[in-house]
Write a protein that binds this ligand. Sequence first.
Ligand code: 1PR
Length: 554
Amino acid sequence: MGLYLLDYGAGNVQSLANSLASLGHSFEWIQDPSDFQKATSLVFPGVGAFQTAIEHLTARNLLQPLRDYILSGKPYFGICIGMQVLFQSSAEAQSRGLAIIPCPIEQFHDDDKTVPHMGWNAADLITSQHPEGVNPTSHYYFVHSYCAKYNPDVYPEAMQWAYTTTQYGQELFVSSVRKANVFATQFHPEKSGEAGLKLIDEWLRKPESEHTSAPAAPLITRVPAPMHKLTKRIVACMDVRANDQGDLVVTKGDQYDVREKAESGVVANTAGAVRNLGKPVALASRYYQAGADELCLLNITSFRHSPLQDQPMLAVVRAAAETIFVPLTIGGGIKDTVDPDGTKRTALEVAGAYFRAGADKVSIGSEAVFAVERLLSAGKPDGTSAIETIARVYGKQAVVVSIDPRRAYVDPTTYDGPYANELVYGKEDGPEEERGKAWWYQCTVSGGRETRPLSALQLAQGVERLGAGEVLINSIDRDGTGKGFDHELLNLIRKNVKIPIVASSGAGTAQHFVDVFERTDAEAALAAGIFHRGEVGIQEVKIALKNANINVRD
Ligand code: 1PR
């Protein structure tokens, strides 16, 4: 008897388990159909892809018992896919949903915005009666490409379930439902910091009678406001690697060189050592407390060996996920590997290990370059790349591609190579070293050690075609320099892909974040060095953004 969690086996459900543990709630996992009888309340933290969720539930004989449980009137709390399965069908899948709410899940239009809808947005109450702990002044974390559109004219019966709506671009969708014994959110409370933890806690502490009596919502007309409330995201990134003593440390390079330099004023015996800026779990926890909207851990040397043998990194992810309740991206070594004993591990298995440890997204670097090279030479996707296999199971929102470009300078008066239409020209009033020059952005692999005959733009467009959900755009030229983000690079990619982009490399001041959001349409901006060295704080960045009228989460 008691609280049960449903895990259909594909996605990060560890985060919800960690939230419950941090709030002091004990729970059991649903292991087989008979467990539904024992549950007195049930949380289904569905993460990933709708089709995969239905297939896994069906294969484990859990789909019908889930429907029976919900219809029995016992308290149910669904999250993301755990909300979407309540609907009739999804444009994402062939399979039908549980058809408890009679309307379809549809895809977002991408003509006025990037898709997936990824980030912190508001949830506006339809009714203030029978509150469920959703605070209309808070922001919650969303990550999805499909939604139930708010449409009381066409689906009056279904819209009586709508508890909150959220606006993205000019579309209004149902961001939570609540009726009778059911409460479900499209957003992830377990990833929504303090606001999300409070919501979960309130639901769990409610007496059972209050769970089963939520009334139908009134049907109201709601028109989209001129602007949505999706905030710009601030991401703190930790580059992790083993130092010369074998300990995993957060390091930071200058243009990807992470070793201390003799001339940098450090004591002579540390010259050449891996720069050590702290312990990954402690720093991650500090940045969460300081208000980072997302965290990123990159295992920067894992292209050299198999990460599934790399227990320290998995242990770091597990420990970090216990204390941080905002999205966590893990990168480095997401590729097919072979263990020392000869066992083959697919990129999907490697990613799965990180998701089970508590990661929400994986970031793919070198392998994405090779996949796009194959795509361009074959002319079509072959379904085997890490991007495709992981997106199919975990959803495209779980797949980030990290681009590591370096400027390739050419003489603009004579260049007529393959990247002529991607050239960026140095401005006469720009930095002196750029004047009169032109360049294209060349992809690298293995942490910038090897350049490839592929441009950053080709890579971004290629990975979008393969099904990546987001691109993290680094710049080797700007990394660690504190000169500001490379706006030309970001604009080039932003204008040519529909998925969200994260600006990275070069942040030196809070004003640089204002600049990047004013001069590009990046959805997020990431920094490492200035946060690690304590030169600029996350709140300082957010205050500067607010003062510039840029929407951020408190
Ligand atoms: O190729 O799939 O194994 O992934 C390797 C990952 O490790 C890639 O995401 C790659 O960017 C990263 N990486 C590899 N070597 C380095 C290095 O620094 N030697 N770090 C490296 C890249 C760049 C950013 C950095 C920003 C912001 N780090 O993550 O945090 O540039 O820095 P700043 O704010 O201090 O300027 P694979």
